[in-house]
Design a protein around this ligand. Sequence first.
Ligand code: HGY
Ligand code: MN
Ligand code: MN
Ligand code: MN
Length: 409
Amino acid sequence: MHDTLRINGDRLRHRLSELGKIGALPGGGVCRLALTDEDRQGRDTVMGWMRELGLEVTVDAMGNVFGLRRGTEDGPPVMTGSHIDTVRTGGLYDGSLGVLGGLEAIETLNDAGITTRRPLCVAFFNNEEGARFAPDMMGSLVYVGGMSLEEAMATEGIDGKTVGECMQAIGAQGDAPVGHPDVHAFIEIHVEQGPVLEESGITIGAVEKVQGISWTEFTLTGTSNHAGTTPMRLRHDAGYVAMATAGFVRDLATRLGGDQVGTVGALEIGPNLVNVVPDQARFTVDLRNTDNDRLQQAEWQLHEFITQLAEREGVTVERRQLARFDPVPFDPEMVDRVEKAARDHGLSVMRMPSGAGHDAQMLARVCPTSMIFVPSVDGISHNIDEYTAPEDLEAGANVLLQVLLDLAA
Ligand code: HGY
Ligand code: MN
Ligand code: MN
Ligand code: MN
């Protein structure tokens, strides 16, 4: 049934490049940080495409957007989607492929005059990246009831504004309630953002789980002093503790091995002058592992290191947990569906975990969920050179179409 149906790869790539013009960076790539005007323009553009395809568009109080295509029967929809907000050095595909791949599947069904039994829904969730307002996957977390709307609205971003203020500024707030998800199943297509598929020579990833994520912000306070006159034994150098901890994070991840990764992505020291011993430092640590015990071990070793070093240096430490999500296993039946659809299309496929966080890990709390990965060239993402070959985009979107048809039959 419908096994000759194929998506239109050119149309999908056209939408990806159209959306990529919004927040386009001079040297390529995009910057659509959550709840900026670029994000607003992206949201409006995608909602326009949803309406052109005959979808009923609703926006919930968290700014999550849903495009519903009715089936011959009512009831919980089969949902696909992702996010359209990006990091500051974003690529054309992270998140966007998940939303526009869903719209391409819808348009293919429209062209073929096919109505599914179950309704279909294409969604994009607010603030998936978490780069401006932590935690990441905030919109989908609120959607599934994992965070209160009030807490989300009160969250302050890296530029001192709250989510609520910024939602208001761009008119992102809708009136549909949150926390009452109504989904039959969720499937998200996403670029892998890592090197595994490419190194394995495989086209499709059938994602089995998302690894655990731990984000912490450290604020250190020492004593500013003269760089020339202050003997080393008398210093309380917040910058030194921050930078030594950054080195420790790198060594820790290497030492623990396996899936352990560790990143100090943001770091500021003050007063940031050549001849002043820094008395201020603020930095973030991103630790991840597919195994929660090992992730906890990494968190504990980090805590021990910075506590002891700060004590020796006479520097105070304040911690703020920005995000903490355990590893999330996906529904084995859904993973089977992805694998079968890939095989039916004659595509190479492998089961794998996700190194990145995704909205799917939140939807997995309320319905059977999995993801379809397509290869990232050179494993690059969160980088303006992020790229996936046209034939891989098309292959992934055809797998998505088949999984949607299977689930909605
Ligand atoms: O951090 C992440 O993994 C996601 O891109 N927000
Ligand atoms: Mn993403
Ligand atoms: Mn991302
Ligand atoms: Mn992600």
